[in-house]
Design a protein around this ligand. Structure first.
Ligand code: PEP
Ligand code: MN
Length: 359
């Protein structure tokens, strides 16, 4: 059972207005110098971006890489607020960062993927933010663990932080894949489904790792109904001190944004609306049937559990389960269903039946 979250809707944060999507947060991977920050912010303001990002403290994989300019950069962020009227945000990874941000009037913070994965740090950050009205965007942890992600949101919420949202930035994988961090769209979609009021952003920059993938990843986020994107933009990407290959100039960013096809959740087209309503009704009925079938199956499974108990037989018999799975896979194939998909469902059903029989 998912815990409840008390969330202030994105439209009430005073940063973005929905529709239209996407809400865009853009800016360099790192604040490098006052000139670089101001020039990038100016370019972004010119293309209509109102929320500026820049990393001040950078979590780098190897020591010796550029680790951010530190607190000095927050003064440049204040200049961006003053000169361009933009909202500014940066990454925090501990209470010291939070206190510096509060002192310098940062408008919003985000939690990096490595930090979300660490409950001690999440607790420390949440407590440091207590009694503030700071909006916080939480990136998914580096590993594909939805509960760890939700746990981070719960820790913030428990300290009274209600302007919370999430950013999907992909996860680390041992094998080299096309993208720098493998998208786990289903994890973000699941979160969206569990907490419909939770704003979901995508970070195509850290997902893709390369400029060539930014458009397709941003488009996918729109197709899945995400509210926004956080994307890296630098006035001179080839000279960037971090993540040079994934940053776009502001003019290239506006080209990308204009290329996105954003389908809204509803339209005025009555024929379309009617057809959609009908198809959705069919889905609702089928879902009810599915649940009914699952409940019936569970009833039989409970009965099996009882007779196993009275006869002192172990609950799990692997050979029997192999048989069930094999049959399910064959049947699935006959219906043109993906075998792996059916296998995942059956394994989940099995797990629930065993748990039920163990009660
Ligand atoms: C970043 O946004 O600059 C960053 C370091 O991201 P992540 O935590 O997703 O690696
Ligand atoms: Mn980066």
């Amino acid at each position: 059972m998912a815990a409840k979250l008390d969330i202030v809707p994105l439209n009430e944060w005073g940063f973005f207005h929905l529709p239209p999507r996407p809400c865009v947060i853009a800016g360099p991977c790192s604040a490098e110098s006052e000139e670089q920050v101001m020039e990038t912010a100016r370019g972004l303001k010119e293309i209509g971006i109102n929320v500026f990002r820049a990393g001040i403290w950078k979590p780098r994989t190897h020591p010796g890489s550029f680790e951010g300019v530190g607190t000095e950069g927050l003064k440049w962020m204040q200049k961006v607020q003053k000169e361009y009227g933009m909202r500014v945000c940066t990454e925090v990874a501990g209470e010291r960062h939070v206190f510096e941000c509060l002192k310098h009037g940062v408008d919003m913070v985000w939690i990096g993927a490595r930090t979300t994965a660490n409950p001690f740090l999440m607790q420390e950050i949440a407590e440091a933010l207590r009694d503030t009205d700071m909006p916080v965007l939480v990136k998914n942890p580096v590993n594909p663990d939805i509960d760890l992600w939700i746990g981070a949101l719960e820790r913030l919420n428990a300290q009274g932080i209600k302007k919370i949202g999430v950013i999907h930035r992909g996860v680390s994988t041992p094998d080299k894949i096309k993208y720098r961090n493998s998208p786990q769209w289903e994890m973000a979609v699941e979160l969206h489904a569990r907490y419909p009021e939770l704003p979901v952003f995508a970070d195509p920059s850290h997902m893709g790792g390369s400029r060539q993938y930014l458009a397709e990843l941003s488009q996918r986020a729109m197709d899945l109904g995400f509210e926004g994107i956080m994307i890296e933009s630098h006035c001179n990407p080839s000279c960037a001190l971090s993540d040079a290959s994934q940053q776009l100039t502001p003019p290239d960013l506006i080209k990308l944004l204009e290329s996105l096809v954003v389908r809204d959740a509803s339209t005025e087209d009555e024929v379309f609306n009617d057809t959609l309503r009908q198809l959705r009704a069919q889905i609702d009925v089928l879902d009810e049937n599915l649940i009914f079938t699952l409940a019936s199956r569970m009833k039989v499974s409970r009965r099996i559990g009882e007779i196993k108990k009275t006869n002192s037989i172990a609950i799990v018999q692997p050979s029997r389960w192999d048989e069930v799975l094999e049959r399910a896979e064959k049947t699935a194939e006959g219906y043109g269903l993906d075998k792996e998909f059916v296998k995942r469902i059956f394994n989940a059903i099995h797990e629930a039946s065993v748990a039920e029989q163990n009660k």
